[in-house]
Design a protein around this ligand. Structure first.
Ligand SMILES: Nc1nc2c(c(=O)[nH]1)N[C@H]1C(S)=C(S)[C@@H](COP(=O)(O)OP(=O)(O)OC[C@H]3O[C@@H](n4cnc5c(N)ncnc54)[C@H](O)[C@@H]3O)O[C@H]1N2
Ligand code: MOO
Length: 409
């Protein structure tokens, strides 16, 4: 086992990124129906404008706007009807001055016309002409060519997590096979002789397993594919076997517990022994989260992560490192944040970056961040938190009223 110095969060991130960039490109194509929640792996440029023809947004009469000037509720202008355009078929006849064509909602605007008057403002005068009671300006009640997506324009950026509205954009642009990042396969291993599943009543000295559930939920929230979840007794050979087998199939193996200095804390040794080059960080200048372990195996291209057993620390480290790394590599934006002023003075750990959990309450000039204090073994602190702020390791703390950035969970 190498002697390792403690890294700052940004040093640890940098090392993780360098390791993960060695992994092969991970792009696959999925059918549009399967693309929801996947992350786009290429910038998408439309070869054609959308819509490709001018469309009416109402049921009405396509007119030359200039012809309607002076029309009003009691003063109609009279226009000759030259065509009834059907939805889904091209408009045939050009609208000349003094003429109009009926057009349904979504129908093609004929040549010559530059606006549509809604049927409510039109009255048949005789079989061939229409009294129009509304003055419209050019462009009224129609969608221009390329108004949704311009020809040759970038309409969806690499790194976009596809929501239903993006599925709609892809459908409109005719992208039915979508380039997306292959989700990282992750194995979650929790260690501890004291752990029992959530559906069991713990005996004295035992606790219910939290981390497996939280890490599974976090992984799924951010789009990892969870391939295995195991809870192991604190036995080195069991951990070796589980990590060795997970490395064969996974992009990331996360072990919670056993990261510290106790007699049963084997995680760092095991990860370092099984991987090449192995562990590159054991200890981060972060509170909570100090005993974090990070490593990489070149042959299997696996990122290895040992998380502190304390549940709040495990979740925070996973968010700050595993999620951060995955978002970076898939070009996704960082989690959303808001600004707030901190409600009270807060002391921070000297020489360590402090992750301060906060609730947000409404103040006169925006949000007030109310700190949530509590040990990293307590899970409800995270459940109450709207988000967190990172206090720089060179700062002594925060002063009441100081503006901060709150990264939202
Ligand atoms: N002498 C020292 N002791 C400790 C140090 C230290 O620097 N010197 N660091 C403390 C800090 S900070 C943390 S965090 C923990 C990290 O410990 P481990 O990663 O070795 O984790 P464990 O000892 O296995 O567990 C710690 C704690 O968390 C509970 N736990 C573990 N796994 C789960 C789980 N899946 N679900 C729910 N709770 C879990 C476990 O029961 C312990 O209470 O070390 C400190 N000690
Ligand atoms: O720093 Mo440990 O990671 O609280 O609880």
């Amino acid at each position: 086992m190498k002697l390792l110095t403690v890294d700052t969060v940004s040093e640890a991130r940098e090392k993780l990124l360098i390791a993960a960039q060695q992994k092969k490109k991970q792009i696959e194509f999925v059918e549009l129906e399967e693309a929801m929640d996947r992350v786009l792996a290429s910038d998408l440029v439309s070869p054609e404008p959308i819509p490709s023809f001018r469309r009416s947004t109402v049921d009405g009469y396509a007119v030359r706007a200039a012809d309607t000037q002076g029309a009003g509720e009691s003063i109609p202008v009279f226009l000759e009807i030259i065509e009834r355009i059907e939805i889904g078929t091209p408009a045939v006849r050009m609208v000349q001055p003094g003429q109009c064509s009926y057009v349904p909602t979504g129908g093609m605007i004929p040549e010559g016309a530059d606006a549509v008057v809604m049927v409510e403002y039109c009255e048949a005068f005789d079989t061939r002409s229409m009294a129009v009671y509304d003055a419209v300006s050019p462009g009224r009640n129609l969608i221009r060519i390329g108004e949704d997506i311009q020809e040759e324009s970038l309409f969806l950026k690499k790194g976009t997590r596809l929501r239903p509205q993006e599925i709609g954009v892809l459908a409109s642009a005719g992208v039915h096979t979508v380039p997306v990042y292959r989700p990282w396969k992750i194995a979650i291993i929790s260690t501890g002789d004291e752990l029992v599943p959530a559906d069991q009543k713990p005996m004295p000295g035992q606790v219910r397993d939290i981390n497996t559930y939280v890490l599974d939920a976090m992984s799924r929230k951010y789009g990892f594919e969870v391939v295995s979840k195991q809870v192991l007794q604190d036995q080195r050979n069991l951990l070796e076997k589980a990590v060795d087998s997970a490395m064969k199939t996974c992009d990331m193996v996360v072990v919670s517990g056993g990261s510290s200095q106790g007699e049963k804390d084997h995680t760092a040794d095991v990860l370092d022994q099984l991987a090449d080059p192995g562990v590159f960080t054991h200890g981060i200048a972060l509170k909570p989260g100090k005993p974090t372990i990070l490593g990489y195996d070149t042959l299997s291209e696996t990122i290895l992560m040992g998380l502190p057993g304390h549940p709040a620390a495990a979740m925070i480290v996973f968010e700050l490192l595993a999620v951060w790394l995955y978002l970076q590599l898939t070009h996704q934006p960082a989690p959303a944040y808001t600004t707030a002023v901190v409600e009270t003075n807060v002391a921070s750990a000297p020489g360590k970056e402090t992750c301060l959990l906060v609730e947000l309450v409404d103040g006169d000039d925006g949000y007030i961040a109310r700190p949530i204090f509590g040990k990293s073994g307590l899970m409800t602190t995270l459940s109450r938190a709207w988000g967190y702020t990172l206090i720089d390791m060179n700062k002594e703390g925060l002063k009441a009223g100081e503006p901060i950035q709150v990264i939202l969970f």
